[in-house]
Design a protein around this ligand. Structure first.
Ligand SMILES: NC(=O)c1ccc[n+]([C@@H]2O[C@H](COP(=O)([O-])OP(=O)(O)OC[C@H]3O[C@@H](n4cnc5c(N)ncnc54)[C@H](OP(=O)(O)O)[C@@H]3O)[C@@H](O)[C@H]2O)c1
Length: 314
């Protein structure tokens, strides 16, 4: 025999509904910028305001939400004049960091990076030096430290690629690649770590490459230098963890920059075929990973390799 349904009194039903609404209703708060409702710890859907500031003032269409807040941080980006370095400078500045844009020879391109930083509402300055020259590195980092009182973030991005089969590689090409890609990163890390240790905090992010792990015919010296950077990353992570400094690497796949602009159409097509996401990457997609690793949210990540390669090497 079916059990008769118990009747709920209208008063009890209203009480239950009120309780349900209370526990399921989002805990909205008024936006301090426009007064519309927003969820705490989220951007206001009406005006883009987040954590007390609107990221790009007066341009709501281009406004980007600051997910990782780097306000007050001083960042050095080597090779910031072009490609991944430029996108990284702009992304760090958009997240609130003051960015020191390094370049070697191309002052005009570095000026353009600075203009993009300012257009995005960020701040920074140029800091030209050759990463392969240890005296120039020490002098520039000391100058930056004296002016700003600290260096929070170092992005070792400057790099060159001289592509040749082993049998055609000259000792000079080998030396130049090593001097920039490996020694350059070590000189910059050494100079910055000295300043970071005083503050017992710091972030170092080294730009390695997918070919460090996969290898690539015609890139023996380049891939060796990028694999060396992974060793540098893991060792420095262990050496300086106790001083509050994290050291990580990013290994990009093929990214649309000057470095890859000379690829033949066939090579371009071959890369796309080897990449599960079916396309070449954009510098901004690498820069986003740099911003994350530089942020407080990445505080328990050190000695790791973040692969930004469209699935090319898994
Ligand atoms: N593009 C890719 O597909 C790809 C893939 C994996 C990894 N990466 C790595 O990502 C980094 C950036 O690559 P990219 O494609 O953006 O390169 P890019 O467009 O060729 O730019 C290279 C940057 O490095 C600077 N640079 C070179 N030698 C330097 C030195 N001795 N001292 C100071 N700065 C120097 C250049 O400065 P100037 O403008 O003054 O010459 C330029 O800003 C490199 O380490 C590269 O190996 C790139």
């Amino acid at each position: 025999m079916p059990v008769p349904k118990r009747k709920t009194s209208p008063m009890k039903r209203d009480q239950r509904r009120a309780h349900h609404d209370k526990i399921t209703a989002p805990n909205v708060v008024p936006c301090p910028n426009c007064g519309d409702v927003m969820l705490p710890h989220r951007a206001c859907p009406a005006c883009g305001h987040y954590k007390g500031r609107q990221v790009i003032k007066g341009n709501v269409e281009r406004a980007r939400v600051v997910v990782f807040d780097l306000a007050g941080k001083i960042a050095v980006v080597t090779g910031g004049s072009r490609g991944i370095g430029r996108a990284t400078c702009v992304a760090l500045a958009e997240a609130g960091a003051y960015v020191l844009v390094n370049y070697r020879t191309n002052a005009e391109a570095a000026e353009e990076t600075l203009r993009l930083i300012r257009d995005a509402g960020g701040q920074g300055e140029l800091l030209g030096f050759d990463v392969a020259d240890p005296e120039a590195v020490d002098q520039a980092i000391k100058q930056a430290y004296d002016k700003h009182g600290k260096i929070d973030i170092l992005v070792n991005n400057a790099g060159i690629s001289i592509d040749q089969l082993l049998l055609r590689i000259s000792p000079k090409d080998l030396e130049m690649t090593w001097a920039t890609n490996v020694n350059g990163a070590l000189f910059c890390a050494k100079a910055c770590i000295k300043t970071m240790m005083r503050k017992r905090q710091g972030r170092i992010i080294n730009l390695s490459s997918v070919v460090a792990e996969s290898g690539n015919p015609g890139q023996v010296v380049y891939s060796a230098s990028k694999a060396a950077l992974l060793g540098v990353t893991r060792t420095l992570a262990r050496e300086y963890a106790s001083r509050g400094i994290t050291v990580n690497a990013i290994a990009p796949g093929f990214i649309e920059t000057d470095m890859t602009s000379e690829l033949t159409e066939a090579a371009h097509q071959g890369i796309i075929e080897q990449t599960p996401l079916g396309r070449i990457g954009r510098p901004e997609e690498v820069a986003a990973a740099v911003v994350f690793l530089a942020s407080d949210e990445a505080s328990y990540i050190t000695g790791q390799v973040v692969r930004v390669n469209g699935g090319m090497h898994v």
